[in-house]
Design a protein around this ligand. Structure first.
Ligand code: NAI
Ligand code: MG
Length: 516
C-alpha cells in the first residue's frame, strides 16, 4: 500500500474572515439540526430506546443540542456479542484493507471539518480554535494509526534463525474490547482510542461520556460511511456507572481502553482485575487519567513568554484539559513580577458563549460548575485571590479565569485536580525547591520549565517526572506523531497515544517454530 508520509493536520486559528464566515454558516446549519435523537448502533442495527440521554448547550443549558438512546445492560450484552461476532471476520482482513477504511474515515472527517467543529462549540462549549484543534487531532490519530499499523505487517524479520528450523513471530489482535471516553475531547479521544484498537484487527464497544452523545454519533456516522463493517465498532451511549461498569466486569471483555477521571479509573482497575466465571484471560486495562500539571519559572526565564505560556496552558478550553497548567511554581525573586504579568493578561480575557468565539467559553456542565465553585471557595481559604474568583451570573456555566497566590505546596488547591480555569501560584526559594514541589503530587502528566539556564534544563529533563515535558513553551497541545502522550504515576498506564508503540498494546505476539 502506498500512502503519503504522515503529517500533522493544520488547525484553523480563525483569524481570516473567510474561516469565520464558514464557521458562522456551519453554526447556523448545525443549530437547525438541534433536538434530533440519535440511536445506539449494535452490529449495524440502529436502536432507539424510550429512555434517552439529553445533551445540552453549556453556554445556554436550556437549549437541547440533541438526545440519544440510553443503553440498558441487555444492550451492553448484545453489543459485546456483536463485537465478538464481527471479530471473526475483521481479524482476517489484510492490514492494508483495514488501514484503507481508516484513511477514508479521515478524509470524510476532513471534508466535514467545519460541521464537526460547530457541534463541539455547541455540545461542550469550545471556542473555534479549540474545536478546530480537536478535529485536527481526531484526524491525526486516524491517519497516524492507519500508517503505524502497516509497520506491523509481516511480523518481526530481525530475530535470529536456528539451523534446521524456520522461526517466525508475528502479532495477532486481542479480541473484543471496550473504549470509554470523557467529555472534554469527545471526538479526538474516542476516535484515537477506538481506531488504535480496531485498525490492528480488534473490535470494540464504544461508551461515550453522557454529555457528548451527539458529537460521538457524528463520528460513528463517519465510520459507517467509510465502509467499516457492522459490529467492528458498536456505539453504546449509556450511563457509565451502569453499562460502563457492567462491561468492565464482564468476563468476555478482552481489554478496556479508558480515558477519564482518577476516581473512575481506580474503580475500573480494581473491577477489571477480578477473574469472572469462565473468563479465560487477564484483561488488559489502559488508563489515562487526571493531572495536576505544573509550570516552573525560574529567575533566568523570559517572563513575558512565561506569562503567555501560563495563560495558554491554564485557560485553553477553560482549563478543562488533563494537560492544563493548574500549578504555577515561581522562584521568589521573580514571583511578584511574573504574577503581575499573568494577572494583567488574565484580566483581558473575554468569557462568553462559545458561539461568539471568546477566549473562554462555559465549563461543561452543572456538575463542573458546582465543583469549580467549590474550589474557588477552597482557594479563598488557602491563598490570596489575585484575579477572577467568581461565577458569572446567568444560565450558562461561566466562570472567570482565576489566579490564587501564595498557595502552599500541600494545600488542596495544589494537590487536587480542579479541571477548570483556576491557577494555584506557589512561591519557592529557588529552582531546586521548585523541582521538589513540581514532583510533589500523585499525578505525572505534563509540565513545563521556563528557564534560560542550560544546566537546569538538563536537570529537569532527567528529574521532572512527567510523561510530557516542555521547555520554554506551553504544556498543552501535544501532537500525534510528534509528542507521544501519556502520564506517569496515578495519571495512568502511560499508553502514549499518538506514539509509535501505541498499537502494540492491542496485540499479542505469537512465536512459531517449525522443525524441518
Ligand atoms: P469520568 O471518569 O467521570 O467519566 C469518564 C467516562 O467513564 C464516561 O464515559 C463515564 O460515563 C464513564 N464511567 C463513569 N463511571 C464508570 C464506571 N463505574 N465504569 C465504567 N465507566 C464509567 O471523567 P470525565 O469527567 O468525563 O472526564 C474528565 C476527566 O478525564 C479528568 O479527570 C481529566 O483529567 C481526565 N482526562 C484525562 C486525559 C488523559 O489523557 N490523561 C485526557 C482527557 C481527560
Ligand atoms: Mg452539554
Amino acid at each position: 500500500m502506498h500512502v503519503l508520509p504522515y503529517t500533522s493536520e493544520p488547525y484553523d486559528t480563525y483569524t481570516s474572515p473567510a474561516s469565520l464566515e464558514e464557521m458562522s454558516a456551519a453554526l447556523k446549519s448545525v443549530r437547525a439540526q438541534f433536538e434530533k435523537t440519535y440511536p445506539m448502533v449494535i452490529g449495524g442495527k440502529k436502536i432507539q430506546t424510550e429512555a434517552t440521554l439529553v445533551s445540552t448547550n453549556p453556554s445556554a443549558p436550556s437549549e437541547i443540542v440533541g438526545r440519544s438512546a440510553s443503553a440498558s445492560r441487555e444492550h451492553a450484552e448484545a453489543a459485546l456479542t456483536a463485537a465478538w461476532a464481527a471479530f471473526e471476520d475483521w481479524k482476517l482482513w489484510k492490514q492494508e484493507d483495514r488501514s484503507r477504511v481508516m484513511l477514508k474515515a479521515a478524509a470524510i472527517m476532513r471534508r466535514r471539518k467545519r460541521e464537526l467543529e460547530a457541534w463541539l462549540v455547541f455540545e461542550i462549549g469550545k471556542n473555534f480554535v479549540e474545536a478546530s484543534a480537536e478535529v485536527a487531532e481526531m484526524i491525526d490519530f486516524t491517519e497516524y494509526y492507519a500508517r503505524q499499523a502497516l509497520r506491523h505487517v509481516g511480523g518481526l524479520g530481525h530475530l535470529n534463525a536456528v539451523p534446521g528450523e524456520e522461526n517466525e513471530s508475528f502479532y495477532i489482535p486481542l479480541g473484543a474490547g471496550l473504549t470509554i471516553s470523557p467529555w472534554n475531547f469527545p471526538m479526538a479521544l474516542m476516535t484515537g482510542m477506538t481506531v488504535g484498537a480496531i485498525v490492528v484487527g480488534n473490535t470494540v464497544v464504544c461508551k461515550p461520556a453522557e454529555d457528548t452523545v451527539v458529537s460521538l454519533a457524528k463520528v460513528f456516522d463517519i465510520f459507517e460511511e467509510a465502509g467499516l463493517p457492522p459490529g467492528v465498532v458498536n456505539f453504546l451511549p449509556g450511563v457509565g456507572a451502569q453499562v460502563g461498569a457492567y462491561l468492565v466486569e464482564h468476563p468476555r471483555t478482552r481489554f478496556i481502553n479508558f480515558t477519564g477521571s482518577l476516581a473512575t479509573g481506580k474503580r475500573i482497575h480494581e473491577a477489571a482485575a477480578k477473574i469472572g466465571d469462565d473468563q479465560r484471560w487477564f484483561k488488559r486495562v489502559f488508563l489515562e487519567l487526571g493531572g495536576k500539571d505544573a509550570i516552573l519559572v525560574d529567575e533566568t526565564a523570559d517572563l513575558d513568554a512565561a506569562a503567555l505560556g501560563v495563560i495558554q496552558s491554564a485557560y485553553g478550553y477553560q482549563g478543562q484539559k488533563c494537560s492544563a497548567c493548574s500549578r504555577l511554581i515561581v522562584v521568589d525573586s521573580v514571583y511578584d513580577d511574573l504574577l503581575e504579568r499573568v494577572v494583567e493578561r488574565t484580566k483581558q480575557l473575554v468569557v462568553a458563549p462559545a458561539e461568539q468565539n471568546p477566549d473562554l467559553g462555559p465549563v461543561c456542565n452543572a456538575a463542573q460548575d458546582g465543583k469549580v465553585r467549590e474550589y474557588l471557595d477552597i482557594g479563598r481559604s488557602e491563598g490570596k485571590l489575585l484575579v477572577g474568583g467568581r461565577r458569572i451570573d446567568g444560565e450558562g456555566f461561566f466562570i472567570q479565569p482565576t489566579v490564587f497566590g501564595n498557595i502552599a505546596p500541600e494545600a488542596r488547591l495544589a494537590q487536587e485536580e480542579v479541571f477548570g480555569p483556576v491557577v494555584a501560584a506557589i512561591r519557592v526559594k529557588d529552582f531546586t525547591e521548585g523541582m521538589a514541589v513540581v514532583n510533589n503530587t500523585v499525578y505525572g502528566l505534563t509540565g513545563a520549565l521556563y528557564s534560560q539556564d542550560r544546566d537546569r534544563i538538563e536537570i529537569a529533563r532527567r528529574d521532572f517526572h512527567v510523561g510530557n515535558l516542555y521547555f520554554n513553551r506551553k504544556c498543552t497541545g501535544a501532537l500525534a506523531g510528534v509528542q507521544p502522550f501519556g502520564g506517569f504515576n496515578l495519571t495512568g498506564t502511560d499508553t502514549k497515544t499518538g506514539g509509535p508503540d501505541y498499537l502494540l498494546q492491542f496485540m499479542q505476539m505469537k512465536s512459531v517454530a517449525e522443525r524441518f
